[in-house]
Design a protein around this ligand. Structure first.
Ligand SMILES: Nc1ncnc2c1ncn2[C@@H]1O[C@H](COP(=O)(O)OP(=O)(O)OP(=O)(O)O)[C@@H](O)[C@H]1O
Ligand SMILES: [Mg+2]
Length: 262
């Protein structure tokens, strides 16, 4: 067995009386795409915000390549190679595409001056790589003038540039056109080909099924189901989700334990 890139053990996070994440375990291995599924309020965004250091968990442990992490934070998550594309896009809308891609980690020369031309060219290359070419916007366009899909592209370009080892995509395909969603799927394929990993969240189970190698289903903060792609179909997964929403638990043959092999 190789050491997992990241291991989350027994993670719990409450907001007042709301138990948003309730004793959740997850292991992320190199080169795998995990589909994190669950209804509105299931705890998906809260859980990934614990992973990216935005929320401090009430309890639980985080291991990076087998080493237990202390005082997990946004900075430590970044250092561990984790980049997140948030549902509530954390972009500076009044700033340019270039500024958003390189923010906090600008290209500078030996004297500390910004390499403006290089950043322009690199931003252009990154946007082209993920399939965003336009006569309407350029690397120095202000992000607030872009469409939702194009903004998502900027956030993805940022993750791509920093060669993140684990890329978290929280609802990247919501409100995207068909071609824009296809670009996100292409990007995920590239992540996998590069031997990098991804946690993908979407309300569209077909999108999740398409993108991921295995699935972890949350319901009111708890893991209720874990399945590999070869153990199910998209249709079955949709049916399972409907059952869980109706009955509050999973009645099929998938693995429901929080401490399963996944
Ligand atoms: N910052 C916060 N303060 C208080 N409660 C919160 C906060 N963030 C999330 N919650 C609550 O925690 C629960 C889980 O929310 P979360 O956003 O993680 O769900 P989700 O699975 O991402 O839902 P969605 O599919 O709608 O994005 C919800 O009941 C939500 O209201
Ligand atoms: Mg969410």
């Amino acid at each position: 067995m190789t050491t997992p890139l990241l291991e989350l053990k027994n993670i719990t996070k409450s907001f007042g009386k709301v138990s948003a994440v309730d004793h959740v375990d997850m292991t992320i291995n190199k080169g795998e795409i995990i589909g994190l599924i669950g209804d509105n309020g299931a705890g998906k965004s809260t859980f990934v915000k614990v992973i990216s250091g935005v929320h401090t968990p009430d309890s639980g442990e985080i291991y990076v390549r087998g080493q237990k992490a202390q005082n997990w934070s946004v900075t430590k998550a970044r250092e561990a190679g984790i980049e997140t594309v948030y549902q509530d896009k954390a972009l500076a809308v009044q700033q340019t595409i270039i500024r958003n891609i390189f923010m906090g980690r600008e290209m500078t020369n030996a004297f500390g001056f910004m390499k403006t031309k290089k950043q322009y060219a690199e931003a252009e290359r990154l946007m082209r790589t993920i399939g965003f070419t336009s006569k309407v916007f350029a690397p120095d366009s202000v992000v607030g003038t872009l469409s939702g899909g194009e903004m998502q592209g900027v956030a993805i370009a940022r993750a791509l540039y920093f060669k993140a080892q684990i890329i978290i995509l929280d609802e990247p395909t919501t409100a995207l056109s068909l071609t824009e969603s296809e670009k996100v799927f292409n990007f995920i394929r590239r992540i996998k080909e590069d031997g990098r990993s991804c946690i993908f969240i979407s309300h569209n189970i077909y999108h999740t099924y398409n993108a991921a190698d295995r699935f972890v289903v949350l319901d009111r903060g708890k893991v209720v189901l874990r399945l590999r792609k070869d153990e199910t179909t998209a249709e079955q997964l949709v049916k399972d989700m409907q059952d869980i929403a109706r009955t509050g638990h999973y009645a099929g043959s998938g693995v429901t334990s929080n401490t399963s092999r996944n």
